[in-house]
Design a protein around this ligand. Structure first.
Ligand code: FAD
Length: 427
């Protein structure tokens, strides 16, 4: 098949790829998106089982984050609602009520009096903190050890960080971006999206196509060819070629490096070796009902688990069924799918005894990559992307191309940076 020449080819039809394509097409650039899967969406896909919409693990959009802001600028409709504010915590296989309001903190049976005072101080501190003024290399462990004296309250703090950032890496995770994200979750709040994140992907697809972008799915890129320091063409897995002036890769750092011959001599190599991928085990359930009414949200304190009923505020089923997401956060490079599934099942049984009888839809993702990288210690100070400096016309975007943003906010912000760089350089 002979393909037209495009100004920019975007590798990947997830959030970052579709946003970058939309922004470029709106600026009048000819752009093609190439997605290897038969479906668009990447990790923002939603799977429908028996009329029940399950995201790939629990997904929450930060209302004061970059993704929300950029999606709104493009007129993407973001309907849904917030999580329940009534929070339970799990400690030593027991459940305690502990919500982030003063009365709940003061009356919780989890903490001693000094623990309660310590927790109130922590919440006050978090509400006033200017995270950008923290030392740039400070880890969240260092921050917690300096600021939180009560050992149980430290567990609460780590659970808040895990839930807001999806990351279990306290010795490496930088305090400044992590605490800014905790503040975002406490102040601005998050949105559980009606119909799941696929609704965002579908709107992006429509808008990008209306603006003139060409979108191809079910085709994989094998190589980004370059010569004389410039991108020349893409080679598809089936051998077909496409001449392009610019490429934005939204594949992972290791996949992006694999696509480029001689990547060892480029920044791609450093981004790949410095990356600390974040993974999790996720159990996503559609249920006729929840056995215990009003038990919508629980954070593990001594176990890195999280439970949330998303259908408490978002419409995620045709017939009013309940959708819940359970997550077990993995530390770097560790995954034990059997043990993790057992832990998630036990957590569910503790929260909602008899839940198995109510199951209509179920998905277990044993070790899914949440983000390919995030702001952590041990990275060079120079920013990741948008350009790959050694190869003109080559750009990167995705959740690992962070300039301080986390999760989907990094995907959206980096997509915009890559699109803007192309527009400004090749006006
Ligand atoms: C369990 C889980 C929970 C999450 N929760 C949240 C949350 O609560 N809040 C939040 O903000 N974010 C959350 N995220 C993160 C968010 O889903 C991702 O950051 C975002 O969807 C990533 O989008 P992306 O476009 O950068 O990457 P992807 O979605 O991975 O898209 C990249 C695409 O590139 C394609 N591709 C790769 N290589 C090639 C190739 N050679 N040729 C063609 N195509 C290729 C892939 O198939 C993929 O579709 C969560 C993620 C997971 C997994």
């Amino acid at each position: 098949m002979q393909m037209a020449h495009y100004d920019t080819a975007v590798i990947g039809g997830g959030l970052a790829g579709l946003l970058a394509a939309l922004e470029l097409a709106k600026k009048g650039r000819s752009v093609i998106v190439i997605e290897k899967s038969s479906r668009l969406g990447g990790r923002a896909m939603t799977n429908t089982q028996h009329g029940i919409q399950l995201n790939m693990g629990g997904h929450a959009l930060y209302k004061t984050g970059r993704a929300y802001e950029i999606l709104q600028e493009h007129g993407i409709s973001l309907e849904g609602g917030p999580p329940s504010t009534k929070t339970n915590v799990i400690w030593n296989k027991k459940l305690y009520s502990l919500s982030p309001d003063p009365i709940s903190m003061l009356t919780s049976k989890l903490l001693t009096l000094s623990g309660k005072i310590n927790l109130m101080r922590l919440m006050l501190k978090l509400s006033k903190l200017d995270a950008q003024r923290l030392p740039v290399t400070m880890s969240i462990r260092e921050w917690a050890e300096a600021e939180v004296t009560d050992p149980k309250v430290r567990h609460v703090f780590y659970a808040l960080c895990r839930t807001a950032t999806y990351t279990l890496d306290p010795d490496f995770q930088l305090a400044a971006p992590a605490l800014a994200q905790v503040q975002r979750s406490l102040k601005g709040g998050v949105l559980y999206v009606n119909g799941g994140w696929q609704t965002i992907i579908e709107q992006l697809r429509q808008k990008a196509q209306q603006a003139g972008a060409h979108i191809v799915s079910g085709k994989s890129i094998r190589e980004i060819q370059h010569a004389n320091g410039r991108v020349q063409r893409l080679v598809f897995a089936d051998g077909e070629e496409l001449a392009v002036s610019n490429v934005i890769s939204t594949a992972s750092p290791s996949e992006s490096a694999k696509l480029v011959q001689g990547a060892e001599a480029t920044a791609l190599q450093r981004w790949k070796t410095e990356a600390r991928p974040v993974t999790a085990a996720c159990m996503d359930l559609g249920l006729r009902k929840l056995p215990i009414k009003g038990r919508h949200l629980a954070l593990g304190l001594d176990q890195p688990v999280f439970f949330s009923e998303h259908s408490v505020s978002a419409k995620l089923s045709d017939n009013g069924e309940v959708v819940v997401h359970l997550i077990k956060y993995n530390s770097l490079g560790t995954s034990d799918p059997k043990a993790d599934e057992k832990l998630l099942r036990e957590t569910m049984s503790m929260l909602h005894p008899g839940w198995e009888q109510e199951v209509i839809a179920k998905q277990f993702l044993p070790n899914i990559t949440v983000v390919h990288d995030y702001p952590h210690r041990g990275k060079k100070k120079t920013a990741v992307g948008p350009e790959v400096p050694e190869i003109q016309g080559l750009y990167v975007a995705g959740d690992w191309v962070s300039h301080g943003e986390l999760l989907a906010d990094a995907s959206a912000a980096s997509a915009r940076r890559a699109a803007e760089a192309i527009v400004s350089k090749h006006a």
